[in-house]
Design a protein around this ligand. Structure first.
Ligand code: DGL
Length: 265
């Protein structure tokens, strides 16, 4: 029987930061990636809208044969993971800001959480901060406009630098020595962030933990792909296919054929 793929989705290209980690850790797996670029960003949309999109994208990936789903988006995880798990009977792994490891890592006792407004205003984030944040000062920083810069492929432009500096400098000024990258688009800005905050500030993201959790769930269920790979990778987008195709070499490291996502509202 042909190996079934892992289905991964995000509002746009951010989930590729998770996908590349899965590719490194589980090279034999076949990967299906959906970028909902036609509806990005999610961060300023209602939880109801994001949940509806997430259910539709998950249905597309399940219909295409997915054996597991990765919600490679903090905002969609906060808005929809409960409903996704109610609806679909397969392993579903989400992404949430790494507050727990950041609190464990901080020496100054101050951490900054960079994320979308949708994530930071969610009940799920409030629970996370209440559960793990009591041993540190947790400063939250919404970053409007940053996802759009990554979607444009502007990882190092002056506009992106100015925007990012405006978000992180107040956190550093308040004593943060650890920054949580609470949106899957932000790891692509790590080189720029490093230039802005230097080497002493820890930058914490979640793709390795997500990939480990996926491997654990697949192993438990006997669903890990056999052999050394390489598995295949396919991409769909709800936006212009050429835009995503142009961004893939920089974000994914190679070109991939990109197909239009069939309407799946
Ligand atoms: N990558 C999504 C996340 O992790 C970005 C959300 C957005 O589109 O605003 O939250």
């Amino acid at each position: 029987m042909p190996q079934r793929p892992i289905g991964v989705f995000d509002s746009g290209v951010g989930g590729l930061s998770v996908l590349r980690r899965i590719r490194t850790d589980l090279p034999a797996e076949h990967l299906h990636y959906v970028a909902d670029c036609g509806h990005a960003p999610y961060g300023n949309k209602s939880a109801e809208f994001i949940a509806a999109r997430s259910l539709a994208l998950a249905q597309f990936l399940v219909d295409a044969g997915a054996k597991a789903l990765i919600v490679a988006c903090n905002t969609a995880t906060a808005a929809a993971i409960t409903r996704l798990r109610e609806k679909f009977n397969l392993p579903i792994v989400g992404v949430e800001p790494a507050v727990k490891p950041a609190v464990a890592a901080t020496r100054s006792g101050v951490i900054g959480v960079l994320a979308t407004s949708g994530t930071l205003e969610s009940a799920k984030f409030a629970q996370l901060a209440a559960r793990y944040g009591s041993n540190a000062t947790v400063i939250v920083q919404p970053c409007p406009g940053l996802v759009e810069q990554v979607e444009r492929g502007e990882l190092t432009s002056e506009k992106t630098r100015a925007l990012l500096a405006g978000f992180v400098q107040p956190l550093i000024d308040q004593g943060a020595d650890t920054l949580v990258l609470g949106c899957t688009h932000y790891p692509f800005l790590t080189p720029l962030l490093r230039e802005l905050v230097g080497e002493e500030v820890a930058l914490i993201e979640t793709s390795a933990a997500v990939s480990r959790q996926l491997a654990r769930r697949l192993a438990e269920l006997g669903l890990l792909a056999e052999g050394d790979g390489p598995g295949t990778a396919r991409c769909w987008t709800s936006g212009p296919t050429q835009n995503l195709a142009d961004l893939l070499p920089g974000l994914w490291g190679e070109t991939l054929a990109v197909a239009s996502l069939p309407t799946c509202d």
